[in-house]
Design a protein around this ligand. Structure first.
Ligand code: C5P
Length: 306
């Protein structure tokens, strides 16, 4: 057994997020295009020397006070499921270094769980087949299977069914984080409230989006970005409206709420363009935001880095 394994855990964005009528199980059918971005948490595992798992979480520029460190933590759940699958009775000591905003709509918790699976599989040398890793990931959360794969991919079902997308190009994202996180379940509930008794149509992926990705066309991609949860997220956080407008008025190719929010995303041409958008957002005194980060995309999913 190795002494220590470190895995990288990239954040995700949804280039389009189509949401349908709530299902009987409480989840919503999705038609989404995921993209993994170069903003990373890091998950380290070592043998604990006892049967219990232990977790500590350190924030690097993000507030981690809301992250549970007990059995409800998704990365610890991932460890427990994988251990049960292989009959491993050795506990792990896990350290998560967080740079992805907590409850920000960037799948921070999901990607930590994916990285925990990858890291423990390497630590225990259990060589779990890919399809079994995906099955465990799907039990943990709708976004977790994508976080294993990374790149650019289409998500269906409740988001857990993932197929790689034909995509070219290299993209720059400007990411405006919010000091206050937002519950995903709460945003979906707001989505349901907004639709009332009206039947929500089947979600689809816009043709223009797929065509922009095939061509690696950043301007076309910017125009095609969509998020069916955006209106619900903005009802809960109306102050984000101005942030999106300022980005768009200052040359971003596209602007949208990240997943269920409250993080906001702006698509840029390259580093200089990203810096220009960043500058504009910082100039506006009324814009509501915490920090502004840059990330390049797409990047691979959770993987062992040390
Ligand atoms: O799958 P995950 O545990 O990440 O989902 C968190 C919450 O988001 C769910 O409990 C559910 O309320 C909502 N959700 C949903 N439809 C989806 C994915 C998530 O309603 N497709």
């Amino acid at each position: 057994m190795r002494n220590e394994v470190v895995a990288s855990a990239p954040a995700k964005v949804n280039l389009s997020l189509g949401v349908g009528q709530v299902r009987r199980d409480g989840y919503h059918p999705l038609a989404t295009v995921y993209q993994a971005i170069g903003l990373y948490d890091e998950v380290t595992v070592r043998p604990a020397g006892s049967p219990e798992h232990r977790l500590s979480v350190a924030g690097e520029g993000v507030d981690v006070s809301a992250v549970p460190t007990g059995a409800t933590n998704l990365a610890l759940k991932a460890t427990t499921l994988l251990a049960a699958r292989h009959g491993v009775d050795e506990g792990v000591e896990m350290v998560i270094r967080k740079r992805i905003p907590v409850a920000g709509g960037l799948a921070g918790g999901s990607t930590d769980a994916a990285a925990a699976l990858v890291a423990c599989d390497a630590l225990w040398e259990t060589r779990t087949p890919r399809d079994e890793m995906h099955a465990i990931a799907a039990k943990l959360g709708s976004d977790v299977p994508f976080c294993l794969d990374g790149g650019t991919a289409i998500g269906s079902g409740r988001g857990e069914v993932v197929t790689p997308a034909m995509a070219r190009g290299h993209y720059w994202w400007v990411i405006a984080t919010s000091a206050q996180g937002q519950s995903t379940a709460e945003v979906y509930r707001e989505f349901d409230r907004m639709h009332g008794d009206r039947q929500v149509p089947e979600p689809t992926i816009p043709d223009e989006l797929m065509s922009a990705l095939r061509g690696g066309d950043v301007e076309k991609l910017g125009l095609a970005l969509t998020n069916d949860l955006q209106a619900a997220a903005l009802r809960l956080r109306p102050e984000l409206e101005r942030l999106l407008t300022v980005g768009l008025e200052n040359s971003a190719h596209g602007a949208l709420v990240a997943g269920s929010g409250p993080t906001c995303l702006f698509l840029a041409e390259g580093e200089a363009h990203a810096a220009q958008i960043d500058w504009a957002l910082r100039q506006d005194a009324e814009v509501e935001r915490d920090t502004i980060l840059f990330a390049q995309a797409p990047v691979p999913g959770a993987r062992v880095i040390g």
